[in-house]
Design a protein around this ligand. Structure first.
Ligand code: GUN
Length: 285
């Protein structure tokens, strides 16, 4: 079996077209969604992520700004900036790019974002709502993964879904979404014994670790659906997923490439959540 390639760029393009239409409708009512991004410091990967988010927002007719603060900005000054955005009626969605420099507590910052503008879904009250199945902002990479799975021709109900990695941004929330879709979910992590036996049993594997070469053809069941969230630059700066793509695609039923798999969907879901935030606070269905 040769796997269907789940082309994230293509899926994202179609989805963004739908969002663009909705932005036009909102604009006609006098509301323009605006995404404000706070970036602290000069991490190269973070700078490139936030630039992509801004560009994508503008491309579908939203307003977007990057508030770029110096590496040595104090926690108090980041909080002040957040407070201003929380209270600015023109701002629909706020995103603070992580990681943050060490003098700034990530927990404190994420708790200070107005939950109604928290388009990343990182605020504790939004995380709590997700876990009791209330409608809320859901983190963007997990949402993007679920959108990709819709294109994999797999009914998740009753299937064995194995998630590798237990981060707050990807592993744990995507496990919750898979559970909501009635999959049987197993989370593997650095202390798991015998990862291979769990993987071999999986109908769906979501790998979100950041370790190239982690998942090989020997780990994968014939026909399994593979979503690779890894994006680790190699010595030439080329992005590598966690999965040995070339060999696994010969066995899998469907697989995401890196790059061009999950990444474009993550950004798409930032836009999705920004639109949702604007609609919710204006009371528009
Ligand atoms: N850093 C890595 N991924 C993300 C993300 O989805 N949102 C934010 N804010 N920072 C990140």
């Amino acid at each position: 079996m040769v796997a269907k390639i789940l082309d994230g760029k293509h899926i994202a393009k179609d989805y963004r077209q739908g969002l663009q239409d909705q932005v036009q409708t909102l604009k006609a009512k006098g509301y323009t969604p605006k995404l404000s991004v706070i970036l602290v410091g000069n991490d190269g990967a973070s700078q490139s992520y936030v630039n992509s988010k801004k560009k994508a927002a503008e491309k579908i007719g939203m307003i977007s700004e990057i508030i770029h603060l110096a590496e040595d900005t104090s926690e108090e000054d980041v909080l002040k900036e957040l407070d201003r955005l929380n209270n600015d009626d023109s701002v629909s969605g706020i995103l603070v790019q992580v990681p943050l420099p060490k003098q700034v507590s990530e927990q404190k910052i994420l708790e200070a974002i107005n939950p109604e503008k928290d388009v990343d879904g990182f605020h504790p009250s939004n995380i709590g709502k997700l876990y009791i199945d209330e409608q809320t902002f859901v983190p963007c990479t997990p949402l993007g993964i679920m959108e990709i799975l819709k294109h994999a021709d797999i009914d998740l109900e009753g299937k064995n879904a194995v998630v590798i990695g237990r981060s707050h941004i990807v592993g744990q929330p995507v496990s919750k979404l898979l559970l909501q879709a009635n999959a049987t979910v197993t989370i593997l992590h650095s202390r798991t014994k015998d990862m291979h036996s769990h993987l071999k049993n999986a109908d769906v594997i979501v790998s979100a670790v950041g370790k190239p070469g982690l998942v090989t053809k020997d780990d994968v069941k014939e026909g399994a659906v593979i979503v690779d969230v890894g994006n680790t630059p190699d010595e030439n700066g080329k992005l590598k997923g966690d999965v040995e793509f070339e060999e696994v695609k010969e066995i899998a039923g469907a697989i995401t490439p890196v790059p061009g798999g999950v990444g474009p969907l993550t950004i798409t879901m930032v836009l999705n959540n920004t639109l949702l935030a604007e609609k919710m606070r204006r009371g528009i269905e």
